[in-house]
Design a protein around this ligand. Sequence first.
Ligand code: UD1
Ligand code: UDP
Length: 370
Amino acid sequence: LRIDLIAAARPNFMKVAPLFHALCTQSWCRLRLVHTGQHYDRNMSEAFFRDLKLPSPDLNLGVGSGSHAEQTANVMLAYERACVDDRPNLIVVVGDVNATVACTLVGAKLCIPVAHLEAGLRSRDRRMPEEINRLVTDAVADILWTPSPDADENLAAEGIPPEKVTRVGNIMIDSYELMRERIDASGERSRLGLEKREYVVVTLHRPSNVDGPESLNSLISQLTGIAARLPLVFPVHPRTRKNLEAFGLWPKLIEAHDLQVIEPLGYVDFMNLVCGARLIITDSGGVQEETTYLGIPCLTLRATTERPITITEGTNRLVTAAELVPAVDEILAGHRPDGRKPQLWDGHAAARVMADIRNRLLTVPHSATE
Ligand code: UD1
Ligand code: UDP
């Protein structure tokens, strides 16, 4: 069986890696690792291949940055050519980035089965570009691998036949468990002079927070206030950096006392910081899940989350910019959220995905895949 694994951007690499490692030892399948090239800086792409022990991609579509239409269309054009030249029997897409929907559409039109890993998540906010990607991908994909019961319910409510859906758990946790020893040994925390549980980690990159000068300025003001209570470390995403510079906010950020502004980190070093933090402030999807798994308080600067289980079972809380400082004070005063690890977030999601591919292969008529 020829399987394409699609990766495009930072959060994809830790979803693809465990599956790559599970499948690459299997004689019944041949993998093609496809990088669409959406993220291309060394510390947004190559660093993750190195950390997660992924080989160089078999194919890099080199689409780079652009508007949503440009990125989606360029992935479709390049990936369609790749599928016509060398047709896979199964396309595996992950997450909710533009390549997820683009490659799903290519597969659907060429009648190549598509499987979506991390299916069924919904924020119910269609202004979020990822929500459109999730809805379209799940509507046309053939196999839907979900991380949690809420995802199964969302798919059922949209009329997706249950036989398309298998709950496999959270693949990001597989990457953490695979890398756990190296994460503990990374030394990033001490390199930055931070004491365990005595600092805050911040990540921000959602357009709703960082694309407007007012919202970004207000967030930076809140963060400088928090840094006066507890040292803060902020690996800055390239979208955010570009906007901080364009809005003239960069000096305000780097001059703030006890606020270390650093380049985006590789997975191992970043997770070393997360593991030792007192709390995390973020708008990332993946970081909400990692903090739930690790039991670390997480304040998410968003109005909605497509990962509600991180609130109902985990350590996550949604906050506005105005609620941020009081929420930090509560945590510093000792009010820690009571969290537990959601079911099937156990480091074995890739094994369940692999078992599901084998089970389904017996039922997929070969003529439909060739
Ligand atoms: C993308 C995903 C988002 C995901 C995020 C993870 C979509 C719609 N968005 O958002 O879901 O949460 O990745 O980090 O797919 N840039 C660089 N170097 C890079 C990559 C980007 O400088 O290697 C800059 C460019 O100026 C680019 C901007 O960042 O225009 C935004 O990049 P883009 O990939 O379009 O969106 P993200 O905000 O990264
Ligand atoms: N991450 C990282 N280095 C950083 C920031 C984040 O390795 O400097 C990891 C983080 O552990 C998580 C993933 O990147 O696994 C999340 O990616 P991101 O926040 O960019 O995207 P999202 O999950 O919001 O789509």
